[in-house]
Ligand binder design. Sequence first.
Ligand SMILES: Nc1nc2c(ncn2[C@@H]2O[C@H](COP(=O)(O)OP(=O)(O)O)[C@@H](O)[C@H]2O)c(=O)[nH]1
Ligand SMILES: [Mg+2]
Length: 406
Amino acid sequence: MATRYTRLLRFTAVLAVVIYVFVHRSFSKERHQAILELKEQLHKEQHDLHSELVKPATGNDQGIKVEYRGEVNQSYERENAVLFTLARNKEVAALARTVQSFEDRFNRKFHYPWVFANNEPFSDQFKRQMTALVSGEVKFVEIPHEFWGYPDWVDQKKAMIARRGARGEMMYGGSESYRLMCRFFSGFFYKLEAMKQYDYSWRVEPGTELLCDINYDVFKFMRSNDKHYGFAVSIHEFPDTIKTLWKAVSNFIGLHSRFIAQDNLLPFISFDQGKSYNLCHFWTNFEIADLNFFRSTAYETFFQFLDSTGGFFYERWGDAPVHSIAVSLFMSKSDVHFFDDVGYFHTPSTSCPINDEVWVKNRCICDQAHDVTFREYSCVNEFYEITGKKKPDGWESHRGNGDYFD
Ligand SMILES: Nc1nc2c(ncn2[C@@H]2O[C@H](COP(=O)(O)OP(=O)(O)O)[C@@H](O)[C@H]2O)c(=O)[nH]1
Ligand SMILES: [Mg+2]
């Protein structure tokens, strides 16, 4: 009796295993099939970012930097572009030097307009000084409250506690205004009434300097080469400021993979196919961008998603990693341009052309030995590798750690 019972039990167990394997197999086959179909569908449904961006100029001026030694003439057709600065009244002196530098090195030839923005009214002295220096049209803007403040869903008490905890732990850890500034640059500067009309902007910060002449129209260069994002420096972010940013980005990708470009720059921001963020970001204090990118469905959805987590306030998410991650995911490699010839300073780093011909011709005033581009803490070497761009001769001798305050 007992043996019959054991046999029956064994038979039932074997049968259960066979059924399980069969069902599981066909389920996983179905599942696998479903994933393949979903992938195919996503591929078909992929969002076409370029339909929302500036159309490249047609004609045969691709790749050419048209040189201007002096001013352009009256009939010169500027791009629909603007220089943009967010600043406080107390920064007037530092900004005056910066504007003088950008004007002398670039804008006095092309006379692009300049928009200055502030969360408070600009002082008369600020307006007087900038108006005297800028060679194009000048506008002063007071930022509306909805672009500079807390959204309803952010718990301000929790934000205050987070700031207290971060004080002394990281740069600007305890600062509320720094967080408002980063959120403003992440999701709003291009929505200002005074900015709505423009396709391109060049962000300029007080205290920065152009170290070489720029004898060509950078905006025309962007359009004629179908470029939509330009940078001069790229380094690593402080990890403590963005503890949960990549988790939010991963969640976003899970929900909105149709925005991810085919030929994207994911390898620039992640060394493990997206599992983690390698902290590389374009330094947004120098940023030449197609503003239609920030206004695109992909970017707007991305910003709203990030903003809904409150991470700009509960942590200290910078606009640089936010812009850079978006650019790297939604744009194609060829959309992004590294300006290796401008010569740029923002404390503590200098970008200085290591190509002697460029350095001499463009009257650079920087020490090439201090160029940040190929240093270990810079990410530009990876950018060259990933995009297949040719590195300048002699770049190897500019590697190593140097001195961070070079
Ligand atoms: N109007 C205004 N501008 C700010 C404020 N905080 C920062 N900025 C501007 O935002 C930009 C970045 O600030 P900055 O202090 O240079 O930050 P860092 O480059 O990350 O050290 C600069 O253009 C500043 O002038 C603020 O509270 N009000
Ligand atoms: Mg700065």
